[in-house]
Ligand binder design. Structure first.
Ligand code: GDP
Ligand code: IMO
Ligand code: MG
Length: 413
């Protein structure tokens, strides 16, 4: 398999960083294709925890090429900070990082706008949405413009004309400075990837956010502003659809969501606290407590379809170790009607009653399990049931945040 896409199959924070880190061992190139530093991907190596916001999680493996594609919105200050953080921890970035010349740049005015307007969505306030708005409105400023004095000046003037709030000259100087620092990373990414594919290099596409946060396929308007789904890997890098061999969905064994928006299987207070504490469910980017709930097969089935998932990786199974009973939502009921498929109408999602099936828990510690066959009987039954309900194979199971707490399944469930 040479080109594999990894996507979040719920509302983000499924453990994509960890799974990418595992799969990166068998890849040459790892590419981020959408989102920006709204993402927070955690990788734990030994006692060290790394949280990556912009740079692909593959950077933690020696000698891998990491690429930020055109679909990403890039805050240069955040990028430089991340490079510095990695350097301090002894991770080599120079020579291993490429940035698309066509990636759109986040400016201070995007962040101000996001903080003003993003509250009802509960955005991360990183300027992501307003930057994509400018991209679509065709007045965005791209990475290549940061190394072209005239172009940067003209575009900033056009965007900020008449605004007393922002000092054009100051922003211009600041961003020219960023341009000088990031120039060495800039590349024509479609050409780089095209050549790599013809040389049979193994490429891993690292999705950010999750399917239900996708601008087209998510719980609109409570979504992010990019295509977090597998299609984004194509438009966000310049690789054609015939090149993709596999799409892997990362699925948490229960559900979480940060920010506003409907969440049918959300727990009541007591269970919320228990799972939040056990699963350490606090945002890797903003530190906000994540909302937690039961596994929702309706939304993940939707992910299987819109991403064309070849298989899934189930993470955080260990977080359910102390649950006597575990529920899975298999459909929703709303105004007397049963919904087995994901409803486009946000009112249905916001007001429906989930229909649950209940399973016996396993009440056993799974964090030291190394093979599928050694999982408790009820944990195996839970995974089997997920696979059945979702109509997709499970290829990887994760029972802790560390690398060794992961096993690939020899034969798929
Ligand atoms: P991402 O945004 O999808 O990369 O996920 P985050 O990094 O935001 O959140 C996932 C969190 O769960 C991180 O703190 C991981 O270290 C942790 N994690 C990943 N897999 C497992 C697992 O199988 N069990 C437990 N207990 N924690 C995990
Ligand atoms: P990773 O890659 C979870 C959520 C925000 C908010 C909505 C819109 O770590 O899984 P935005 O700032 O993107 O305009 O916010 O999307 N959100 C995430 N939730 N994981 C993420 O990324 C997220 N990135 C954005 O909380 O509800
Ligand atoms: Mg995250």
């Amino acid at each position: 398999m040479s080109c594999r896409v990894v996507v979040g199959a719920q509302w983000g924070d499924e453990g994509k960083g960890k799974i990418i880190d595992i799969l990166a061992a068998d890849a040459d190139i790892i590419v981020r294709y959408q989102g920006g530093n709204n993402a927070g991907h955690t990788v734990v190596i030994g006692e060290d925890e790394f949280i990556l916001h912009l740079i692909p999680s593959g950077i933690l493996h020696k000698g891998k090429t990491c690429i930020i594609g055109n679909g990403v919105v890039l805050d240069p200050a955040a990028l430089l900070e991340e490079i510095e953080m990695l350097r301090k921890k002894g991770i080599k970035v120079d020579g291993n990082l490429l940035i698309s010349e066509a990636a759109h740049i986040i400016f201070p005015y995007h962040k101000v706008m996001d903080k003003r307007r993003g509250a009802k969505i509960g955005t991360t306030g990183r300027g992501i949405g307003p930057c994509y708005v400018d991209k679509m409105a065709r007045c965005g400023i791209r990475a290549i413009d940061l190394v072209n004095k005239d172009s940067l000046k003209k575009k900033l003037q056009a965007n900020l004309e008449g605004s007393a709030e922002f000092d054009i000259e100051k922003i211009y100087e600041q961003y020219l400075g960023y341009g000088k620092k990031i120039q060495k990373y800039l590349a024509n990414v479609p050409i780089v990837l095209g050549k790599a594919i013809s040389k049979k290099k193994r490429i891993l596409f690292e999705g950010a956010q999750g399917t239900l946060l996708d601008i087209d396929h998510g719980t609109y308007p409570y979504v992010t502003s990019s295509n977090a789904t597998a299609g984004g890997a194509l438009t966000g890098t310049g690789v054609g659809p015939t090149m993709i061999d596999k799409v892997i969905g990362v699925v948490k064994a229960y559900t979480t969501r940060v920010g506003e928006g409907p969440f049918p299987t959300q727990f009541k207070d007591d269970l919320m606290e228990k799972i939040r504490r056990k699963g350490k469910e606090f945002g890797a980017t903003t530190g906000r407590p994540r909302r937690c709930g039961w596994f929702d097969a309706v939304i993940v089935r939707h992910s299987v379809i819109v991403n064309g998932l070849s298989e899934i990786a189930v993470t955080k199974l260990d977080v359910l170790d102390e649950m006597e009973k575990i529920k899975i939502s298999t459909s929703y009921k709303y105004k007397g009607k049963t919904y087995r498929d994901f409803p486009a109408d946000i009112d249905v999602l916001a007001n429906c009653e989930p229909v649950y099936e209940e399973h016996d828990g396993w009440m056993q510690d799974t964090t030291a399990v190394k093979k599928y066959k050694d999982l408790p009987k009820n944990a195996k039954a839970y995974l089997k049931r997920l696979s059945e309900l979702l109509d997709v194979k499970i290829g990887i199971v994760s029972v802790g945040s560390k690398r060794k707490q992961t096993f690939k399944l020899k034969s798929y469930i």
